[in-house]
Every structure is written in C-alpha cells, then in structure tokens.
Write a protein that binds this ligand. Structure first.
Ligand SMILES: [Zn+2]
Length: 279
C-alpha cells in the first residue's frame, strides 16, 4: 500500500502503556459487559488459541520494546484517514469513529477487554480498539504478512462502525436476543461477513480516490481474511471444525465477501442477511 507521507487521521487515541484498569487476568474479558463487542476473530476469547511450538505469546511484543510500532502508528493513522475520506464520500453525514491503541488491556463503554481477543469495535462508544501486537501476530501466528493485511483489519472494524451507523448491528443484536444459540451464531456470521464486505468496498473506493494499491495488496487482504476464518481457527485450535459454532464465517466466505465488496464497490451488494448461501 502506498501510504508513506500521506494525510493522517486525528482520531487515533494512543493509550499504549496505560493500565487497562481492572481487567481480569486470564479471563479474556473482565468486568461487567455493558454492551456487545464486535471482534475480528471468532471463538470464545477465554479459549484463546494455544500457541504453536516456537511461537511467542502476544505479550512478547510490548509497545515500548518495539521501535517498529512507531511506523505502525503512522500507518494506522493513514488507513483510518482513508476510511474517513471514503465513507464520508459514500454516506451522508458520516460520523467518524475513534481508534484506540492500547497495550494488554483496555476499558471501553462496552466493558473491559484484553489483547487476547484481537481487534474489536465497541458500538457504545463508537471506537475501534487495537493492540499493535496483533499486527505482529498477524504475520507470525496467522501467516498473513503485508501492510494491506493490516489495512483490512482496520477496515473490517470500521465496517462494524458502518453497521452501527446504518442501524444494522442494533437490529441484529435484538434478533440475537430472541434466537437460539445456533440461530444467533448464523446472524453473527452474516454481520461479520458484511463487515468484510465493507472492508472490500472501502478498498475499491480508496483505490479510485487515491490510487493506493500496490501489486499483491488485494492478495494480502484476502490471505488475512482467510487466516481469520472460523474453520481455519477451529482446526488450528481444537483440531476439528464445528460449523454450528461459527460466528464469523469460513475462510472461503470471508474471502468471497471481501472480494465482492472490492469488485463491486457498491454497499447495496452487501446484504449478507438475505444471501441464499448463508441461510
Ligand atoms: Zn468483526
């Protein structure tokens, strides 16, 4: 991605190195959960994927220790600015989300969370939360290197913000409350795949507006979408695949919806809720 020297967003809150404040150790999510959080990754955060031999835990990468992170902060600011410009163009009166960088644990209007859960969005405070250690993991643990893999992650979370603004996530949340676990999981998959679709729509418009893509960028995003597919993560963590427990969609589905968004650039094509293949 051609990002160096371009405009940066003012909406990044740097809370790295600050205490998460009352995060339960090892519990994945601590404290009272006030609202629902939307994660990039599926699965129960308390069952965080076990590390494969030779891999280091996320806490290995603390922001203070990693000079690469200064570059990552600049990168995130440019990507966030690009999402602001694109979505500001597509949606009338777009309300920009904040993006909070944190280390280890963080308090949000939706409750507390720690880094194990991966990047997420809290609709109550309209903020995207990312521990930069995830970007190192994306390369080392998930096998998804490249700057556009990281841009996809930011764009997916901003996709959840779009769902909040359009009222989709509220609707789905109230449906989920009246659904069985199995039906609720299906709704979650539709919501997550739509966030992937919106990430693709963003990539389409960003390229048209600013010509930011380099060869291989879209493949980096598709590889990242595949790497965080439920079937892939389940296989890696438990050795088996349980489709009823999917909350984010398979690798193939996540790639499909990102690609559809990228190829059409049309938000009207992203109705995952009426797509026959997802019923
Ligand atoms: Zn998500």
């Amino acid at each position: 991605m051609l990002w160096r020297g371009r405009g940066e967003s003012d909406n990044v809150e740097d809370r790295r190195g600050m205490s998460g404040g009352g995060i339960a150790v090892g519990g994945g999510i601590g404290g009272l959960i006030i609202g629902i959080l939307y994660f990039l990754l599926g699965g129960n955060p308390s069952q965080a994927p076990e590390l494969l031999p030779g891999q280091q835990p996320a806490s290995q990468y603390s922001s203070q220790q990693n000079p690469e992170d200064d570059t990552l902060v600049d990168f995130v600011k440019v990507v966030l600015k690009d999402t602001e410009d694109v979505w500001g163009d597509i949606l009338n009166s777009y309300r920009k989300p904040k993006l909070v960088l944190f280390t280890d644990g963080v308090q949000t209007a939706c409750g507390g969370a720690n880094s194990e859960v991966g990047p997420f969005y809290c609709p109550e405070d309209e903020k995207v939360y990312i521990d930069l250690s995830f970007f190192h993991e994306l390369k080392s643990r998930f096998g998804a290197p490249g700057d556009f893999a990281m841009a996809y992650v930011v764009a997916h979370e901003v996709g959840h913000h779009i769902q909040k603004l359009l009222g989709t996530s509220d609707k789905v949340h109230s449906l989920e409350e009246r659904s069985s676990q199995r039906e609720g999981n299906k709704l979650s998959v539709m919501l997550e795949l739509q966030a992937d679709f919106y990430a693709g729509v963003w990539a389409n418009h960003d390229e048209k507006m600013k010509h930011i893509l380099e060869p291989g960028d879209i493949d980096e995003a598709l590889n990242a979408a595949s790497a965080v597919g439920d079937d892939r993560l389940q296989e890696e963590t438990t050795g088996r695949v349980v489709p009823d427990a999917f909350t984010h969609g398979t690798s193939a589905q996540r790639m499909y919806w990102f690609k559809k968004g990228y190829e059409t650039g049309d938000i009207r094509q992203g109705d995952t809720f009426s797509d026959p293949s997802l019923q």
